[in-house]
Design a protein around this ligand. Structure first.
Ligand code: R5P
Length: 302
């Protein structure tokens, strides 16, 4: 069988070459531009008929990316691709997973329905699964969530002596505990109340547990960084060493990265699911193995 064809919606995507190599895919070229009226022009410069097509598109700041992605998936199918899968290292719209107030849009469901229609499968890294346990509760296609926790553990074990892992809220318990186990470190989980997009309250950690240890804050997403900034403040007030902040996905809304460093984080480290200066943990091999495995099983049917 011919090798799959991998297209990056952003041709400068830093994961493009490594992922193609890890999957054993050929790199394809896709041309996109904006018409003067703002609509999207899209053309496959590499023929896709009969080929297994992999689209690579990380979905931070998703709204301008999603329509070109859907158009690309539809066009590949229309041009006779044998199948069309998506590698979205960061999967957006997972946090609005219930109606918090009457009348709200359940955007995690709408977004999943939108992507499920033109795609055969999807692979991502640590989607925000909290009130829903599995991507299959939203996506109608095989949707595989890979886990970066072992990579985070290995980074911590290599870089930080005497760490203690801190999850800033109940939602982080799942990955804080796993990261701690892998790093051979203790962990504790705080409680958080979110009053608004940029207004969060986090409980204070027990100072005795921190003695002689370097606190490592671990979360899946850092967006406004308010969750981490609030926690860093408590840790510094408790006399702890300057914490290291690690997130799988560094979304960093506005000037969140600068604000987190200014709040007293010793280091801020993220995986490269979203390109950012803080990227220090590489997920290419993790994604490559997962995609290669999925393609070899061919267990989906559109
Ligand atoms: C919460 O649901 C997530 O796990 C993160 O704690 C949250 O997304 C962080 O958001 P922010 O950086 O805006 O506080």
């Amino acid at each position: 069988m011919t090798s799959p064809l991998l297209f990056a919606l952003d041709p400068s995507d830093p994961l493009r070459a490594g992922l193609a190599a890890a999957v054993g895919a050929e790199r394809g070229e896709i041309e996109t531009r904006r018409f003067p009226d703002g609509e999207t022009y899209l053309r496959y410069a590499s023929p896709v008929a009969g080929r297994r097509v992999i689209l690579l598109c990380t979905l931070d700041r998703p709204d301008p990316k999603v329509l070109p992605l859907v158009l690309a998936a539809d066009a590949a199918r229309d041009l006779g691709a044998a199948e069309v899968g998506l590698v979205a290292p960061y999967l957006a719209y997972m946090r609005q997973d219930r109606r918090f107030r009457d009348g709200e849009a359940l955007t995690s469901a709408s977004f999943a329905a939108l992507l499920s229609r033109p795609l055969d499968w999807l692979v991502t890294v640590d989607p925000h699964l909290h009130r829903i346990a599995n991507l299959s509760e939203r996506y109608r296609i095989p949707a595989v969530a890979t886990h970066a926790a072992p990579l985070l553990s290995a980074w911590i074990a290599r870089e930080v002596p005497n760490p203690i892992i801190i999850g800033p809220d109940e939602e982080s318990e799942q990955w804080a505990a796993e990261v701690a186990r892998g790093a051979g470190a203790p962990h504790l989980v705080l409680r958080k109340v979110r009053h608004g997009d940029r207004d969060v309250e986090v409980t204070r950690p027990d100072a005795a547990a921190l003695s002689g240890r370097t606190p490592i804050l671990v979360d899946d997403i850092v967006s406004t960084a308010r969750t981490m900034i609030e926690t860093v403040g408590h840790l510094r007030a408790a006399g702890a060493a300057a914490p290291v902040c690690i997130a799988v996905h560094g979304v960093f809304a506005e000037r969140a990265h600068d604000a987190l460093l200014a709040a007293g984080a010793a280091r801020v480290v993220t995986t490269n699911t979203i390109p950012h200066v803080s990227n220090g943990i590489d997920v290419t091999a993790l994604l490559g193995t997962t995609v290669a495995d999925l393609l070899s099983q061919k267990r989906w049917q559109h």
